[in-house]
Unconditional design. Structure first.
Length: 163
């Protein structure tokens, strides 16, 4: 017997004993199958992409404001705010038929003219109208000696005559 045969005998004697009907508790133990270790998947590294360069928005440069040189505008006619300097006519005009309602458009031509007004109360007097609104008139009333400021509602005017 050579040296290798003796080694084989020694190896066989070191193995587990064999049972006539297989292992005593089922098939021989085998560890569960494990795939080789791999790190978790990561996409390849890419440096971040910078957004495209957008230059900052700057407001447009405007020249300093220089006001235009224009001559002062004066209206062709400045209505007087003072009473007339002369007394009204010395006569009393004939009274026209009484109106149901005095429209502001009907009395507007009497602005800045001597106007004789009859009120629904029976009063009658000379006026110099300086304002006609949608529902009222105002101006100066002749007292017989001087002009005084007055105003009245259009509903109070019975009729009128411009001179």
């Amino acid at each position: 017997m050579d040296k290798y045969d003796q080694d084989d005998q020694n190896v066989e004697s070191m193995q587990q004993p064999r049972f006539p009907f297989g292992p005593p508790f089922g098939p021989p133990f085998r560890p569960p199958f494990r795939p080789p270790f791999r790190p978790p998947f990561r996409p390849p590294f890419r440096p971040p992409i910078a957004p495209p360069f957008i230059p900052p928005i700057t407001p447009p440069v405007t020249p300093p404001f220089i006001p235009p040189i224009t001559p002062p505008v004066t209206p062709p006619f400045t209505p007087p705010t003072a009473p007339p300097t002369t007394p009204p006519p010395a006569f009393i005009p004939a009274q026209p038929p009484t109106l149901f309602f005095v429209d502001p458009g009907a009395i507007r031509p009497c602005l800045f003219r001597f106007t004789f007004i009859w009120l629904t109360t029976g009063q009658a007097f000379w006026t110099f109208l300086v304002f006609v609104g949608p529902t009222s008139v105002s101006g100066f009333r002749w007292t017989g000696f001087n002009w005084v400021f007055f105003g009245t509602d259009l509903r109070n005017i019975s009729t009128f005559v411009c001179v």
